[in-house]
Design a protein around this ligand. Structure first.
Ligand code: 5GP
Length: 198
């Protein structure tokens, strides 16, 4: 990443924890932030829009993008590919925007390796049983997929020490505001404010 101006925020959390809802709420209360739109080979859920929620594509197309080195990171998650397009993230950072990547743990760790200064946030549910309840009542996945997602969640928890911040999503407004505070604090860093000294 060259000429970086904005900061990178990596947001991970188990499937069903409400990451997208919390980030949606956050975006209503903060400016100068871009939430990266990932590519995926998963089929769209009802209401999901190509280019807004994800760039939906076939495996062949995704694999071509991997070969062409177009992803900042990518991972396989419960049978599908997910990846962060590098160009748009770099462009937004260069424009001075803070960029949020909402990605799972394997990809998050790859981003941390490539961009060690990134801010790593992990969103957790109030309890694991609450998470299971949320996932099952969402009704968008089969039992088999839900069980795999819960297994993934347990595995992701083992990487918690790689993260800088933990946000508990027991209330959407509160969780969104906590993330807003984390982003706002980064904007007051000395390296970004030295130019204000006269
Ligand atoms: P879902 O299928 O529920 O939309 O997403 C499944 C998981 O993939 C979630 O944990 C989500 O954060 C993650 N994910 C979404 N986009 C990306 C991406 O670009 N890269 C990686 N590594 N994970 C992603």
């Amino acid at each position: 990443m060259s000429n970086k101006c904005g900061e990178l925020f990596v947001v991970t959390g188990p499937s069903g924890v409400g990451k997208a809802t919390v980030l949606g709420r956050l975006m209503k209360n903060i400016d100068n932030v871009y939430v990266s739109i990932s590519a995926t080979t998963r089929k769209p859920r009802e209401g999901e829009i190509h280019g807004k929620h994800y760039f939906f594509m076939e495996r062949g197309e995704f694999e071509k993008l991997i070969k062409d080195d177009r992803f900042l990171e990518y991972a396989e998650y419960v049978g599908n590919y997910y990846g962060t397009p590098a160009a748009s993230v770099e462009e937004m950072l260069n424009q001075g925007k803070d960029v949020i990547l909402e990605i799972e743990a394997q990809g998050a760790l790859k981003v941390k390796e490539k961009c060690p200064d990134c801010n790593m946030l992990f969103i957790i549910p109030p309890s694991f049983s609450d998470l299971e309840f949320r996932l099952r009542s969402r009704g968008t996945e089969t039992d088999e997929v839900i069980n795999k997602r819960l297994e993934k969640a347990k595995n992701e928890y083992t990487f918690i020490d790689k993260y800088d911040y933990i946000v508990v999503n027991d209330d959407i407004d509160k969780a969104a505001d906590e993330i807003r505070c984390i982003i706002m604090a980064s904007r007051f860093k000395t390296e970004k404010r030295k130019n204000l000294m006269r």
